[in-house]
Design a protein around this ligand. Structure first.
Ligand SMILES: *[C@@H]1O[C@H](CO)[C@@H](O)[C@H](O)[C@H]1NC(C)=O
Ligand SMILES: *[C@@H]1O[C@H](CO)[C@@H](O)[C@H](O)[C@H]1NC(C)=O
Ligand SMILES: *[C@@H]1O[C@H](CO)[C@@H](O)[C@H](O)[C@H]1NC(C)=O
Ligand SMILES: *[C@@H]1O[C@H](CO)[C@@H](O)[C@H](O)[C@H]1NC(C)=O
Ligand SMILES: *[C@@H]1O[C@H](CO)[C@@H](O)[C@H](O)[C@H]1NC(C)=O
Ligand SMILES: *[C@@H]1O[C@H](CO)[C@@H](O)[C@H](O)[C@H]1NC(C)=O
Ligand SMILES: *[C@@H]1O[C@H](CO)[C@@H](O)[C@H](O)[C@H]1NC(C)=O
Ligand SMILES: *[C@@H]1O[C@H](CO)[C@@H](O)[C@H](O)[C@H]1NC(C)=O
Ligand SMILES: *[C@@H]1O[C@H](CO)[C@@H](O)[C@H](O)[C@H]1NC(C)=O
Ligand SMILES: *[C@@H]1O[C@H](CO)[C@@H](O)[C@H](O)[C@H]1NC(C)=O
Ligand SMILES: CC(=O)N[C@H]1CO[C@H](CO)[C@@H](O)[C@@H]1O
Length: 596
């Protein structure tokens, strides 16, 4: 389905090119290094140019606009507890030079994995790592050098397993790429360390999810039991679950008085850097050009409306070639809050990836901006230097095109007036829609949330099917959705799912049905997983809890309804097979009677 663009491309390419890769690997053995590099290049080029023939991916922009337009009626959004698909679900990878270079190396791994499609042992043996050669140089050539571990001259297969021996990592890599090839792309491995018993090794690595179209990387570490074969290669006998290799877990920076076998040490995700950028000197501030929006009527509306408006504003800033002044505070609408009230003071970074946003668009945080503005004004009055010019724009009826020529340092849209006159997104209506592109690819879900997603999917070993069961308001509204309630009843679910999902699969149920035991009937057919089974991932001992608390000045953050749906949706997207409510479970239409 909506496979990750690059992964789909790599897989697609691998499928189409499989005979070639098989032949090449057979012919090459492990000597023709330069030809191997060439084949990697070929794969990489194919991966970069190949467009999967997936209608979902044809026009992500159209899809987003459509899904939003569908929720838009007379300049008001229906509140809907569905989560908008965001950039990493839809967008092709941002092919900046740096990332495409990174991709090329990633691809070396995916190519190796793809080559593993070939079930023949020699192909598997060729899949070898720089780490396996005991030497991870930064040179690209070394990264894809296919060497075998040095054949032991005096082979003693009874010798104890040595985890730092390159053969251990080679065996683990082979095993991983055989088992998880379809789900994840393996990036850097670390040298395995001994596990808790002889013959056990703990290995850690980073991976990317094939179904996520971002470059974000996640961590895993597992425990493996290894055995030495007669010819002295190591083989994996059994492998532990997600993050079972606690000896290989990243260590917290400060040495702790550990030794208690209790929970594995966890450290905050050091790869997240969503600190608020500062503007720098006062003269830097002066040199900039800014677009500043006063809070409008969108505040405290649904999250879809928030994004639709925010992306309009950001689109205008890009159209005007200005830095957008952004308020990181979000007011979360009542529908997502367990309290049932609108809640102010939520942070953009709880939900979205600010690091990606600041890398892909020019933004500055509002309070930083206001402080620097004041500072510059003061400096101006002292030195009578160049004045900071401000153009105030009271209404959305002044179009972006009219502002294009404006040279003011700050263009300040003020959104006076009543709803719906004061909605930000009205700026992008009418003729402006032709000029302004909403930069939807700048919005990814927060990595703090997708870390949870990765963990849930990892606990199921990426081997699960999922069903999306929409109930809630829609099931209660018999006028617009006459059959939904009956079609999603426990009996109907058993009847329908057993036709399409093989028995005893892991079955993840993404749902807005609040009653946990509602799906119990499915438990006699499947290993049922629900979001609430993973509560501990955001509970008060979790990594997420610590990390969000840091953002919130040390106060705990509630795992709210929007986060729930965001995680639920992403776990659903990563499933091997996905059964949807509309189309698959019921013939009712997604948006009510006669809308499909
Ligand atoms: C939208 O406005 C039109 C006419 O202005 C009206 O007929 C229609 O019922 C309105 N739709 C909603 C959902 O309010
Ligand atoms: C990135 O690529 C663009 C063209 O696509 C080029 O103009 C630019 O110089 C490159 N930047 C770097 C750092 O290589
Ligand atoms: C890699 O190994 C080669 C020879 O085995 C050595 O000369 C080189 O310094 C090593 N590089 C690193 C980064 O360890
Ligand atoms: C394990 O293998 C590493 C790397 O080959 C080697 O340096 C080390 O001495 C070995 N340890 C034992 C106990 O054999
Ligand atoms: C070593 O033996 C294992 C199992 O016996 C086999 O799968 C593997 O292909 C052999 N490797 C080599 C290089 O002969
Ligand atoms: C985080 O990113 C900012 C730039 O946005 C950079 O200045 C800072 O050094 C980074 N911090 C870390 C710890 O990487
Ligand atoms: C956008 O602004 C930057 C500096 O703010 C300038 O260097 C660049 O030329 C501008 N681009 C366009 C297309 O106006
Ligand atoms: C975590 O929550 C539980 C129950 O909600 C409470 O008993 C416990 O004290 C909390 N622990 C911490 C460290 O806050
Ligand atoms: C969260 O932070 C507390 C206090 O800083 C620490 O004791 C705990 O180990 C952390 N938990 C996780 C899961 O990182
Ligand atoms: C769900 O419906 C879609 C569209 O009708 C169909 O392509 C897909 O195969 C169905 N999935 C299952 C598991 O039945
Ligand atoms: C296995 C491998 O080559 N991994 C590389 C993938 O690309 C990133 C780029 O940032 C490198 O850091 C990894 O080492």
């Amino acid at each position: 389905m909506k496979d990750s663009w690059d992964a789909a491309a790599a897989e697609g390419a691998a499928e189409r090119e499989l005979p070639l890769s098989q032949r090449m690997i057979k012919v090459l053995g492990n000597v023709c290094f330069s030809a191997f590099v060439l084949s990697v290049l070929v794969f990489t080029v194919i991966a970069v140019t190949y467009q999967p023939p997936d209608p979902w991916l044809d026009s992500p922009k159209a899809i987003i606009s459509k899904s939003l337009a569908a929720t838009l009626a007379n300049a008001t959004f229906h509140t809907d507890d569905s989560v908008l698909t965001t950039g990493e679900d839809l967008a092709p990878l941002p092919l900046s030079n740096a990332t495409s270079a990174a991709d090329a190396t990633d691809n070396a791994t995916s190519v190796a994995d793809a080559a593993d499609n070939d079930k023949s042992p020699d192909a598997a043996d060729n899949e070898n790592s720089p780490d396996a050669a005991g030497n991870s140089t930064s040179s690209d050539a070394a990264v894809i050098l296919p060497t075998l571990p040095p054949p032991a001259a005096d082979c003693d297969s009874d010798a104890p397993i040595n985890c730092s021996d390159p053969r251990a990592l080679a065996a683990i890599r082979r095993f991983n790429s055989r088992i998880f090839r379809r789900s994840i792309v393996f990036l850097g491995y670390e040298t395995p360390v001994p596990g808790s018993a002889p013959g056990e090794c703990d290995a850690a690595w980073r991976f990317r999810n094939r179904r996520e179209k971002s470059w974000r990387r996640y961590r895993d570490y597992r425990r493996f039991r290894l055995a030495s074969a007669d010819n002295c290669t190591y083989e994996v006998v059994s492998a532990g679950k997600f993050r079972s290799g606690t000896n290989a877990a990243p260590k917290p920076p400060s040495p702790r008085r550990s030794s208690s076998p209790a929970p594995p040490a966890q450290i905050p995700d050091a790869e997240i850097n969503d600190t608020i950028p500062t503007l720098g000197s006062e003269s830097d501030f002066r040199k900039g050009k800014y677009l500043y929006y006063t809070r409008g009527g969108d505040y405290c509306k649904g999250m879809n409306q928030y994004l639709w408006s925010f992306l309009c504003a950001l689109g205008e800033a890009q159209f005007l070639n200005r830095t957008f002044v952004m308020d990181l505070n979000i007011c979360l609408a009542a529908t997502y809050n367990p309290s049932g009230r609108n809640e102010e003071g939520k942070d953009f970074r709880y939900y979205f990836d600010f690091e990606h946003l600041k890398e892909s668009a020019s933004v500055v945080e509002e309070s930083e901006f206001l402080r620097d503005w004041r500072r510059s004004e003061r400096a101006t009055s002292r030195k009578a230097g160049g004045k900071i010019t401000v153009r105030k724009v009271p209404t959305y009826k002044v179009t972006p095109m009219q502002l294009k020529k404006d040279k003011s340092t700050i263009i300040w849209r003020q959104f006076d007036g009543q709803e719906p006159e004061n909605y930000w997104y009205r700026v992008c209506e009418g003729r402006a829609a032709k000029f302004i592109q909403r930069p939807w690819q700048t919005i990814w879900k927060s990595k703090r949330l997708t870390n949870i997603v990765s963990e849930i999917a990892g606990k199921m070993d990426w081997d699960y099917d999922a069903v999306h069961v929409v109930r809630g308001e829609k099931a209660r509204n018999k006028q617009l959705w006459p059959n939904l309630d009956a079609d999603t009843s426990p009996e109907a679910l058993v009847q329908k799912l057993t036709k399409v999902v093989p028995p005893w699969r892991n079955l993840y149920i993404a749902t807005n049905e609040p009653f946990y035991n509602y799906f119990d009937k499915l438990r006699s057919h499947y290993k049922v997983h629900l979001l609430d089974d993973y509560k501990y991932l955001w509970g008060n001992t979790s990594e997420w809890f610590n990390e969000t608390m840091t953002l919130n000045n040390g106060r705990p953050v509630e795992f709210d309804g929007y986060m729930r749906v965001a995680v639920d949706t992403e776990v659903l997207y990563r499933a091997k097979n996905r059964v949807e409510t509309f189309n698959n479970l019921t013939r009712d239409c997604k948006d009510g009677i006669n809308t499909c």
